[in-house]
Design a protein around this ligand. Sequence first.
Ligand code: DX5
Length: 245
Amino acid sequence: MPSSEPATPSAPGATSDPAPRVQIAPSVLPADFSRLGDEVAALEAAGVDLIQWDVMDGQFVPNLTFGPAVIAAARRHTTLPFEAHLMVYTPDVMAAEYVDAGCSRLIVHAEACTHLHRTLGNIRSLGATAAVALNPATPVTAIAHVLDLVDLVLVMTVNPGFGGQAYLASMEPKIREVRDLIERAGLAASVDVEVDGGIGPATIGAAAAAGANVLVAGSALYRDPDGLAHAVTELRATATAAFTR
Ligand code: DX5
């Protein structure tokens, strides 16, 4: 679902592709699980661009979270797009259920897919868009041959499994490497760069400056004393000012 703003005058020699739009994607991991319908409605009211569901199977990562029925129950409470971040060992088995639950994008981990190219193609055949995530230790080369199948590459800035972890600034060169790969391939209008983990007021600028235009935040949204809308506005402003393609 990448969307982009009209091209703006830029430095000589810069690409003519329109600049990717900066998007704020909340993780509902810190939300009140007993009120997820209200929580997603509140996130929409706060101005987020889409909602990320951290799906964890207790095997690929230590935690266990949302089944498709939970997401389906929240679906009617917002018009925002849902993406499922499948931190699971069996995305091929689960994909159809999460699409049926109302997720329009499925993010699979390269590390969990023996046949990543086939898995991404299967997701697209279900009518969803496909995306691929890289854990901190996984090199960018793992996704170099599937950029034509995805609309987003997620660079994890924590080791997945829990919210509230410290941002890994060491991932910034990797974010830049993914952004440059997408730009060189002429895919900036169709493939976004997302980051997830430890994104907040002190870290979002550096992640956007490295080339991320979709920024997942969980804890930072819910700990803002001025509320969700303030957090979303501040994070978007910081990321937009800092974003560098
Ligand atoms: C890790 C999760 C978290 C979550 C956001 O597996 O994917 O990154 O979405 O967590 P915060 O924003 O609290 O670091």
